[in-house]
Design a binder for this molecule. Structure first.
Ligand SMILES: NC(=O)c1ccc[n+]([C@@H]2O[C@H](COP(=O)([O-])OP(=O)(O)OC[C@H]3O[C@@H](n4cnc5c(N)ncnc54)[C@H](O)[C@@H]3O)[C@@H](O)[C@H]2O)c1
Length: 334
């Protein structure tokens, strides 16, 4: 079995990781029907959530463990950390255990860029970003990878997080415009990514601030848990909505603020060409992203098939598979 730590992952160039992440993700979305899928299992606490995200095909079974604890940064810890495991379908034996904290940021940003490729204007040049925490630079990086972004308008209620974001993206030929609030961010933006972390129903900008922006693409990634949303429901009521997996998003996404069955397309339908991407008649389009297990499956498959990671004996290998007990009575060799 291979073990992959964060230290192993950062040895790879970020552009290569994004290119590969988008390729594996696109390949797997093209064969969506082949997967065994289910909404994730979530265990809620007032201060955070624990989630298990399984997904499998005929070759691999994979799952990710991930949390979201919005108050963690005040204690010097990440809001979100994750671990993933990939097993062989034939025998059930684990093949790979990997840190997925970095890969969650990479796969989320790759999913955003893939959705934007189909749903945003091709020549989008102004990106708005609300929430400049751990995910933010990955979002900016991936969207710059796919679009000719020249300007980023950004806001976070934490001034230090804004300074960190500006520092990380300076010297790259992008015009960085620090804003006072979300309504200012969305002004003139082609693409807006919302990625705050707050367990509340927040409205980061009002519908009136975007209603005349005919071609806006909103990539909403932070509203991903019951009672945790970022958009004015009026924006949702007046937009075409695209989700990853309706069954899960219905309870976790921005659409939890809308009544009844909500008309949505799923991203895989657009990637496969079963539904159209942005059309002449589309106005605002919202990608109501909550994070779906298939994207994590794609990342684990990408790592496994690249062959990287250190071999480590974790599960026992008794000489006689029916004599597990012998490991305690014999030579104690696993
Ligand atoms: N959809 C997905 O696939 C996916 C994947 C990963 C993370 N997420 C979500 O993305 C969000 C961001 O994650 P992160 O790792 O960057 O978190 P983070 O804690 O590092 O950063 C969040 C930032 O939001 C800011 N913020 C909180 N409330 C705000 C408000 N009302 N107005 C302005 N700024 C505010 C905080 O100051 C912080 O800088 C989280 O909600 C997380 O659950 C979604």
């Amino acid at each position: 079995m291979k073990i992959l730590t964060a230290a192993d992952i950062i040895r790879y160039d970020l552009n290569t990781l994004f290119t590969n992440a988008m390729r594996f993700l696109e390949e797997d979305l093209h064969r969506w029907e082949e997967f065994k899928k289910s909404p994730r299992h979530a265990t809620h606490y007032p201060h955070g959530v624990f989630e298990l995200m399984p997904c499998a095909d005929e070759k691999y079974y994979a799952y990710k463990y991930v949390n979201a604890h919005p108050a963690n940064p005040d204690m010097g810890k990440l809001s979100i950390v994750a671990l993933g495991m990939l097993a062989d379908i034939e025998t059930g034996y684990p093949q790979l255990v990997a840190d997925m904290t970095l890969l969650t940021a990479i796969r989320t940003a790759a999913t955003s860029a893939l959705a934007a490729k189909h749903l945003a204007l091709k020549d989008s040049s102004v990106l708005g970003l609300i929430g400049t925490g751990a995910q933010s630079e990955f979002q900016a990086h991936a969207l710059r990878h796919a679009f000719p972004i020249t300007t980023i308008r950004f806001f976070d209620r934490d001034k230090k997080a804004m300074e960190k974001f500006a520092r990380n993206l300076s010297g790259r030929g992008i015009s960085l415009i620090a804003c006072e609030n979300g309504d200012e961010v969305v002004h003139g933006a082609d693409i807006v990514t919302t990625c705050i972390c707050e367990k509340a129903r927040v409205e980061l900008f009002g519908y009136k601030s975007v209603k005349d922006n005919e071609h806006l693409f909103v990539n909403a990634i932070g509203g991903d848990c019951p009672g945790k949303t970022e958009l004015d429901p009026e924006v949702m009521r007046n937009s075409r909505i695209v989700v990853e997996f309706y069954e899960q998003t219905r309870h976790e996404g921005e659409i939890q603020n809308l009544e009844g069955k909500v008309a949505c397309d799923e991203l895989w339908e657009i990637v496969q060409g079963k539904k159209e991407g942005r059309t002449e008649t589309d106005r605002i389009i919202v990608f109501d992203s909550v994070g779906f297990a298939l994207a994590d499956f794609s990342m684990l498959r990408m790592l496994h098939e690249s062959g990287i990671g250190r071999e480590m004996k974790v599960v026992p290998e008794p000489e006689d598979p029916k004599d597990l007990y012998s490991l305690f009575t014999g030579t104690r060799e696993c």
